[in-house]
Design a protein around this ligand. Structure first.
Ligand SMILES: *Cc1c(COP(=O)(O)O)cnc(C)c1O
Length: 398
């Protein structure tokens, strides 16, 4: 029996069966490459789902972890945490936000955003303003509130009764938006580009209308940038492309360079609703995750970094588009920066598997599109290798 079979068997015996896992274990990574337990090498265009955005084993990330482990790992939010303050300063300096709450995941950041929005609405407008409006096909997490916010019933089945006060509308549907936008709405929450839903960008005109109606109704606008934030789209935050500023923004995935962390950012006016005791997290903003987050932010905000991401991402999108044209796969390549979707209507899982066999990791998002999430510092040569593998696969079976 090979190494991987043994790992799969041991895992099936003791790990809860909540994932449809591929029969492989990744045990080592360096830059854009990862290695499985058999020693096979892969180009990683999944990056743990937009987490390892600086590639694997980045020396700056490794050094930040090492240094902090030798200094202090955990103290509790009963005390001030200088590393937490430093990361908050960097996030505030580089965004619309004035204040930050730290937690440990995307779902927790969205849970905090929903709680803050409801409390804010109650404080300013009274008890009947509690509704959270989200988009069909969205993904906001797996806690009870965030899976209720998630506009996909497949994630909600079996968990009734779900929290009340959530309502959904189709992406980019201005007519339904205008219908659903009542004085009961406390917040509209959306991903500027839907990730799990299949790389579906929200139109700028739609986002502008959401902002207008939120202002009219006294509702807050929450951007879930858990997947698209932190340079993924070629700007530090995806909202920068839209010209629209939210009141609350959530981050997680890439913020810790692989170390778990989440953050909920807000303007002063909104953040001041939270008073001591209103929300908390034992691990939230701990010295380790925030020290690493600071190191990640320093790299992302280096002069010219985002321009370089944009240039290489445009190259990759162009090369993917050439393949989509060559094989007449239908709709063009979607997305921005290094969150790109290649919509295909058949063979999705087969192409993902064929790519894996040829040394390229990608996945199939929302049953709709091949999803590409390479590290932001992926090289032209690595992108060319990925394109060559995809070209060969499509030439053999499309
Ligand atoms: C992954 C994701 C989440 C959930 O993050 P977790 O860290 O898995 O809780 C929420 N929103 C979006 C847009 C995501 O992509």
């Amino acid at each position: 029996m090979n190494e991987t079979n043994a790992i799969v068997q041991r895992g099936q015996a003791v790990v809860m069966n909540t994932y449809g896992r591929l029969p492989m274990a990744l045990v080592k990574g360096k830059g854009t490459y990862v290695w499985d337990a058999e020693g096979n090498k892969y180009l990683d265009f999944v990056t743990g789902l937009a987490v390892s955005s600086l590639g694997h084993s980045h020396p700056v990330v490794a050094e930040a972890i090492q240094k902090q482990a030798e200094e202090i790992l955990h103290t509790s939010n009963l005390y001030w945490i200088p590393k937490q303050i430093a990361l908050a300063e960097k996030l505030v300096e580089n965004s619309f936000a004035d204040k930050v709450f730290f937690c440990n995941s995307g779902a927790e950041a969205n849970e905090a955003a929903i709680k803050l929005a409801r409390k804010y609405a109650k404080e300013h407008y009274g008890k009947d303003k509690y509704e959270i409006l989200t988009l069909v096909n969205s993904f906001h997490g797996r806690t009870l509130a965030t899976l209720t916010a998630t506009g996909q019933t497949k994630y909600q089945e079996g968990y009734a009764p779900l929290p009340e006060g959530f309502s959904y509308l189709p992406i980019n549907d201005v007519v339904q938006l205008e219908e659903k936008m009542s004085e009961k709405v406390a917040a509209v929450m959306l991903e500027p580009i839907q990730g799990e839903g299949g790389i579906l960008p929200v139109d700028v005109e739609f986002i502008e209308r959401v902002r207008e109606l939120c202002n009219q109704q006294g509702a807050l606008l929450i951007f879930d940038e858990v997947q698209v934030g932190l340079g993924r789209t070629g700007k530090l935050f995806a909202y920068e492309w839209t010209g629209v500023t939210p009141d609350i923004m959530t981050l997680a995935k890439a913020l810790g360079g692989g170390v778990p962390i989440g953050a909920m950012l807000a303007t002063d006016r909104v953040a001041s609703t939270f008073k001591p005791g209103d929300h908390a997290s034992t691990f939230g903003g701990n010295p380790l995750s925030t020290a690493v987050g600071s190191a990640v932010m320093d790299i992302l905000t280096e002069e010219g970094f985002m321009e370089d991401v944009q240039k290489r991402a445009q190259y990759f999108k162009h090369e993917l588009q050439k393949l989509a044209d060559k094989y007449h796969t239908g709709e063009g390549i979607r997305g921005q920066g290094f969150i790109l979707g290649w919509p295909i209507d058949r063979l999705g899982p087969e192409i993902v598997e064929a790519a894996r066999a040829k040394g390229l990791l990608i996945n199939f998002a929302g049953g709709k599109a091949l999803r590409f999430l390479p590290p932001l510092n992926v090289s032209i040569e690595e992108m060319n290798q990925a394109i060559a593998i995809l070209d060969q696969i499509f030439s053999e079976r499309w």
